[in-house]
Design a protein around this ligand. Structure first.
Ligand SMILES: Nc1ncnc2c1ncn2[C@@H]1O[C@H](COP(=O)(O)OP(=O)(O)O)[C@@H](O)[C@H]1O
Ligand SMILES: [Mg+2]
Length: 369
């Protein structure tokens, strides 16, 4: 897919920005705090409905303004579409797809797919399980709206159950209503787990190949799904049965703590190189390469699932990679439209074999070079 146009109104430090793109590589160059990441963030927002930097939409609206609009024209094999996100201090965010107002955020998913890669992605390897769950959830949601809705539903159910657990502490009569929530949570949870399992199986295979190539055959990367419940079998009915059993077994413990200890909200990924856990034993270089392998795998996964390459958003990552890894990444520009930020465009490797557009970003203004 290709982003043909992007327009921002009162978004972050932009009053009004209108850009038209005609190539596969778009570079935003400029010093710190000028608005480079803000542009990538707006594309990510069009793609997933949220910023990768903050859960609070109001931070995205230009200071002193009440509303903000982000628009883009995207071209795919099936045709082009106009995607708009409107933010307001007063109301919920509004989404228009081809000038029709979407009823739910989930309708946005799949129109613009993107893979974002920034230095903070090291958290994917080094950070808490939350980071790895977010990674899985974001990826699957982009290509599968049903998954997105199921997650929302799961979180609602979990909240209900947790509130109930706290109430039971004061009124044990309520305990008999717990199984109703257990049943629903196990059902939605089973769907989520199956989707994650399939996704990670496929991603793991691709990541292993890519990593093998990048490490010149020296490293075997293994990415596996690590659910918080040990399942005796991985078919739907087996998962559901074990899920329910664990929830029941944990009733007393959960009531004491006032929260649900086990379930897919506690899942994780295991990432290892040559059998050693990358988080604990990996060098900084191995951790970086692992993230690169995972990101490149995401691109291929999205292509496999949708028949269309996503947009690639590279925020300040080139300088962190050595020449060999840079050129691996650069080889993607031919097939994947890439938006890239950097401090100085003259640092671009001179063997880039692609048409490109370079923009200088300065204090919320953008000029083509
Ligand atoms: N809501 C906002 N309104 C106006 N300016 C903002 C807003 N949020 C962030 N900024 C400004 O945006 C700039 C940071 O932009 P960013 O894209 O992160 O910079 P960089 O070029 O380093 O990637 C800072 O100058 C910050 O003050
Ligand atoms: Mg930045």
């Amino acid at each position: 897919m290709h982003l043909k146009e992007l327009s921002l109104i009162n978004y972050r430090n932009y009053i009004k920005l209108e850009l038209k793109f005609s190539s596969n590589l778009i570079v935003f160059s400029g010093r710190n705090a000028q608005g480079k990441t803000n542009i990538l963030e707006s594309i990510f927002l069009l793609s997933t409905g949220r910023s990768h930097r903050t859960p609070r939409d109001r931070e995205l609206i230009r200071w002193g303004e009440k509303e903000s609009a982000i628009r883009s024209l995207v071209e795919k094999r099936e045709g082009s579409s106009l995607i708009e996100v409107m933010l307001s201090l007063k109301d919920k965010k509004k989404i228009n797809i081809n000038s029709m107002t979407a009823q739910r955020l989930g309708e946005l998913m799949g129109h613009i797919n993107s893979v974002l890669f920034s230095p903070e992605d090291l958290k994917l390897v080094k950070g808490s399980p939350t980071e790895r769950r977010r990674f899985m959830d974001m990826e699957i949601s982009q290509v599968k709206p049903k998954y997105f809705y199921s997650l929302q539903q799961y979180n609602r159910l979990l909240n209900h159950r947790n509130n109930l657990l706290k109430e039971i502490n004061g009124n044990s009569n309520l305990k008999k209503t717990l199984p109703i929530w257990d049943e629903q949570i196990a059902k939605v949870g089973t769907y989520i787990i199956i989707q994650r399992l399939t996704f990670i199986n496929n991603l793991g295979k691709i990541a292993k190949e890519i990593h093998n190539e990048i490490s010149l055959g020296k490293e075997e990367l293994n990415v596996t799904y690590n659910p918080s419940i040990n399942f005796s079998s991985y078919d739907a009915s087996g998962i559901m049965e074990d899920y329910l059993k664990i929830l029941e077994q944990n009733h007393e413990e959960d009531i004491k703590k006032g929260r649900t200890e086990k379930g897919c909200h506690r899942d994780d990924l295991s990432i290892s190189i040559n059998g050693m856990d990358v988080k604990t034993f990996g060098s900084q270089g191995q951790q970086r390469t692992t993230v690169l392998s995972l990101k490149l795998s995401e691109i291929e996964m999205m292509y496999k699932q949708t028949g269309e390459y996503p947009l690639l958003l590279l925020d300040d990552v080139m300088s962190e990679l050595d020449k060999y890894r840079q050129s691996k990444l650069l080889s993607y520009f031919n097939k994947v439209q890439t938006f890239m930020t950097m401090t100085d465009y003259s640092d671009l490797p001179n063997d880039i074999n692609s048409n490109m557009e370079i923009y200088e970003v300065f204090g919320g203004k953008v000029a083509k070079i």
